[in-house]
Design a protein. Structure first.
Length: 279
């Protein structure tokens, strides 16, 4: 590995670690805890992805490519720190319904304000049609119950009123849902980049980023509002199209299914000098 590549990798790691460390320090996660997890992850990834000729790697090979001792490798292989818990890893359809309610002009009044909408109606946009449009197949009663439970909406005389424009599970003082979302969204982005720079994989996945450095701060909110509107339109369109493919596919019993497929979208704005590292 050339010295120039080593330096580029160092800078890349600092760029990744900086926002992550801010979050970790905010939640009082000490360095030793992160160090232990990183050590286990090095061994786990090497064991699962860096075998030779289709065979799992030996402990000696894992030690060589990770820089850890045989004793450390053996100790890490005895543990499984990663436990997938789908109970709090759901992409809540309730959140998509709220976003649709906020962004879709059909559910706003003439002044652009979010309307209080009827549960069901034959003459005007209602909550049932909102759920059908944005939830991806969930029943409107199940979505209503979840939004009421999370105190995002309230029902008043057969009408639904928006209380808060976001969905978070009830009693989440430790921000568990947001932290979980951080893990998922960051994982998917990094795996997409890994796919695109791995020359052994065929066909790059779509990955784009646009950055501007001469926008007056006074116009930042306008730019963000426009990006939010267009991004939501794209997210809804892709979501509905993939859901359409799923609903209208002729699945055979032995047909292989993808665990996940999707698109991630985010808006970025450097609020401090520490975040301005694009030059």
């Amino acid at each position: 590995m050339s010295q120039k590549l080593i330096e580029v990798i160092r800078q890349m790691l600092i760029q990744i670690f900086r926002p992550l460390v801010r979050i970790l320090l905010r939640f009082n996660v000490p360095f030793n805890e992160v160090s232990d997890i990183l050590k286990w992850t090095y061994v786990d990834v090497a064991n699962k992805h860096f075998g030779l000729n289709g065979k799992p790697p030996t402990k000696s090979r894992i030690a060589v490519i990770t820089g850890l001792s045989r004793t450390q490798v053996d100790l890490q292989l005895k543990h499984d720190l990663f436990k997938m818990d789908d109970s709090h890893r759901k992409w809540h359809r309730a959140g998509r319904v709220l976003t649709g309610w906020i962004e879709d002009d059909e559910y706003h009044n003439l002044n652009g304000q979010i309307k209080v909408i009827p549960l069901e109606s034959d003459s005007e946009p209602d909550f049932k049609s909102l759920v059908e449009k944005y939830s991806g197949g969930a029943t409107f009663r199940s979505i209503l119950d979840e939004l009421v439970r999370s105190k995002s909406v309230m029902v008043v005389e057969d009408h639904v009123k928006l209380i808060k424009p976001y969905y978070l599970t009830e009693n989440d003082p430790d921000d568990m849902q947001n932290i979980d979302f951080l893990g998922l969204s960051t994982q998917y982005l990094l795996e997409t980049i890994d796919h695109n720079i791995d020359h052994n994989r065929s066909g790059p996945r779509f990955q784009r980023i646009i950055l501007h450095d001469k926008l007056p701060k006074s116009l930042a909110n306008i730019a963000e509002s426009y990006a939010r509107k267009k991004s939501q339109e794209l997210a809804n369109d892709v979501d509905e199209y993939i859901e359409h493919l799923i609903q209208h596919s002729d699945l055979e019993e032995d047909q292989e299914l993808l665990p996940y497929i999707g698109v991630g979208i985010y808006f970025y704005k450097a609020d401090t000098a520490d975040q301005e590292h694009h030059e």
